[in-house]
Design a protein around this ligand. Structure first.
Ligand code: C2E
Ligand code: CA
Length: 623
């Protein structure tokens, strides 16, 4: 696994031994400039001061200019930094003796300033290797000069030697000193650069690669899979009910758990695979060389490993996860597409009951594209008057009379036809449109019931579904009160259906809000009871009026003894708590018979009526 903080991706300290590109360019520019300067100096010294002939003067000046150009060319060539540094060493190594020996004949004014400018300027910014080579070259050059001097016409005395030696030593010492400062600075910069990169590429909590780094690795994986015609898998993990851990154990312990999960995932994956935390309780995994079969095995391994308990504050704790898997190239050829499709599959895994993995499929992808379109259309649906309400009667189990109507929303989509709420309510919840939609349902339904009452039709209770998102809005009680006032409907006819997921929010808020509703005179039903949490503690404390037994249990009547037992238990429990019961989704005579024997209070289902438009409901109420 390449998840350690100081991974290959971070630039590492080796670069301190090489010239940075900027320094390299600076040196080359200084040397090239020095060469041009030397070329001009040569013209001045040879032609004007020493009176030499023009052609020999030009020879050297042109040589120097050509060398300068050559250096500029090296700089502009697309070589890697190492090659550039070494070519520069070679050039300087050739240049120093060449220039020194060339100029030695023209006396100290022209010879010495030039190589020293060159050496000091270049040593300041170079690395240790280069410092060594250049220093050595200068020293060797000096030895050659000293050996050559007797054969030259230029006569040098002891003072000359001492001055030169002094200058040379000062130059080298200064260069070493400046160089050491520079290298120190370079190392510090590299260290901070690494730190910054670590922060930019890693999750601060777990130390795992973050989404940025994951994307980089994904890009690399795509390139190598393209070359090798291979495949790999991207997995989207979302921990199930992680919020519960934060709520019950506190955020600090939640963080401890996330870190432990990160470590466990890292440990079970293959060398070279990547696990990344992309925020909250979401992780991404990149599993190399994985086919559908291989990816399924990895996903199962992840699920199994997380199923083993963790220890938090000395207590054992279990956590489960839902995983969506997308395969390259079938489920996407870009990082975005792969992550998106893995995310889609993860959502499906959650919807199918969590603690499982699902491979992305064509159906999922099409559904997701449809959802994107539906979401776009949903924004305009209300203003285009495309929403309508159906009502499904609730029948008293003893008298067989209609006693209530549940308002159920429908969307008359211009292209897709009648769209059912299961398709668009989750989208409305995701986008926040549910508040506007919910208000419209409440207003329309209350107004309609009032119209029927004013017509003298049988007065019935109106049940309206309240999304958990609407419930979270503290203004909801005032809104319901306002709608009742505006429509003139007596509050005793309105019942709000909340789901068990509402009941899992903070207890104080729920009890307080429900009490406010009750104060308005509105009644409360707990919808789909038994499907999610069935938290008996809550039922005891919430000011409820009715429990709606979830459809799956009713379906199991006359089929499964367990479902019958649960249905029976719910009815008995509700009766003992003084609550009414409504059985949802009653379709057959056997189901009805069973529920009558158990004395379930009300029946809602196709056995009696489906959800119907207001015109048909009006006829039923008239009858
Ligand atoms: P729900 O509240 O559980 O509503 C009952 C669903 O069961 C309705 O589906 C209804 O048509 C269906 N149903 C009733 N009896 C039978 C039966 O005998 N057999 C079968 N197979 N189905 C039956 P619908 O209208 O498609 O609504 C689905 C869900 O959408 C509702 O489930 C509710 O959660 C949500 N929903 C509907 N209208 C609204 C709304 O205005 N606001 C909110 N927040 N949610 C709504
Ligand atoms: Ca309902």
């Amino acid at each position: 696994m390449e998840n350690n903080k100081w991974s290959n991706d971070s630039q590492n300290n080796d670069n301190c031994d090489l010239l940075s590109i900027e320094s390299f360019h600076l040196i080359v520019n200084i040397i090239s400039l020095a060469l041009v300067f030397g070329s001009i100096l040569n013209m001045v010294a040879q032609y004007y001061i020493l009176g030499n002939d023009l052609s020999s003067t030009l020879d050297l000046s042109v040589e120097l200019l050509v060398l300068g150009c050559f250096m500029q060319i090296i700089m502009r060539l697309k070589l890697n930094p190492k090659l550039k540094t070494y070519s520069l060493i070679v050039l300087i190594t050739i240049l120093i003796p060449l220039i020194t020996l060339e100029f030695i004949e023209y006396g100290s004014i022209t010879i010495w300033p030039f190589p020293f400018i060159l050496i000091i300027a270049s040593l300041i910014f170079i690395d240790r290797t280069m410092l060594f080579w250049v220093g050595l070259t200068v020293l060797l050059t000096q030895i050659i000069v000293w050996l050559k001097v007797p054969s030259l016409e230029v006569m040098l005395d002891t003072t000359d030697y001492l001055v030169r030696l002094g200058l040379f030593s000062i130059g080298i010492i200064a260069a070493f000193y400046i160089n050491s400062l520079y290298v120190k600075n370079l190392k510090e910069n590299a260290y901070y650069l690494q730190k910054v990169q670590e922060m930019a590429y890693h999750d601060h909590l777990t130390g795992l690669p973050n989404k940025l780094l994951f994307n980089e690795r994904l890009k690399q994986a795509i390139v190598s899979a393209q070359l090798s015609k291979g495949s790999f898998a991207v997995m989207f993990l979302d921990l199930d009910n992680f919020k519960m851990v934060n709520d019950t154990k506190g955020h600090e312990q939640g963080d401890v758990l996330l870190t432990a999960i990160g470590r466990r995932l890292t440990a079970i994956l293959k060398e070279g695979d990547t696990v990344s935390r992309i925020g909250g309780d979401e992780f991404l995994i990149l599993a190399h060389n994985a086919s559908a079969q291989g990816a399924a095995e990895v996903a199962q391994k992840v699920i199994n490993s997380l199923n083993k308990s963790f220890t938090l504050e000395g207590e054992k704790l279990s956590i489960t996860t839902s995983i969506g898997v997308a395969l390259y190239p079938v489920d996407g050829e870009t990082p975005e597409a792969l992550i998106k499709n893995a995310d889609i599959a993860m959502y499906q895994a959650k919807e199918k009951g969590k603690n499982q993995f699902l491979l992305c499929s064509e159906v999922m992808k099409t559904e997701s594209a449809e959802n994107v379109k539906l979401t776009k259309d949903l924004y305009r649906a209300l203003e285009r008057d495309e929403m309508l309400l159906y009502y499904q009667p609730q029948v008293n189990n003893r008298t067989g009379r209609v006693v209530g109507l549940e308002a159920l929303i429908r969307w008359k989509h211009p292209e897709a036809g009648l769209v059912l709420p299961d398709k668009f309510i989750p989208l409305a919840e995701k986008t926040g449109l549910i508040n506007a939609l919910g208000e419209w349902v409440l207003r329309t339904a209350c107004r309609q019931i009032k119209v029927w009452q004013d017509k003298g039709l049988l007065p019935v209770r109106l049940a309206v579904n309240l999304s958990v998102y609407q419930f979270q809005n503290p203004a909801i009680v005032d809104l319901v009160g306002e709608i009742l006032r505006d429509t003139g409907l007596d509050a005793k006819f309105l019942e709000l259906e909340i789901t068990e997921s509402v009941a899992m929010k903070e207890k104080g808020y729920i009890v307080e809000t429900l009490c406010k509703f009750k104060k308005l005179g509105v009644s409360i039903a707990l919808d789909d009871f038994g499907t999610v949490y069935s938290c008996l503690d809550y039922i005891k404390e919430l000011p409820l009026d009715r429990i709606k037994i979830a459809m799956p249990f009713i379906r199991g009547i006359a089929v499964s003894e367990k479902d019958e037992a649960i249905t029976k238990a719910i009815i008995v429990l509700a009766r003992n708590l003084g609550l009414n019961t409504v059985a949802e989704g009653v379709e057959t005579w056997q189901q009805l018979d069973f529920l009558q024997r158990q004395m379930c209070d009300e029946i809602q289902g196709y056995y009696y009526y489906k959800a119907m438009p207001k015109e048909e409901i009006e006829k039923i109420l008239q009858g």
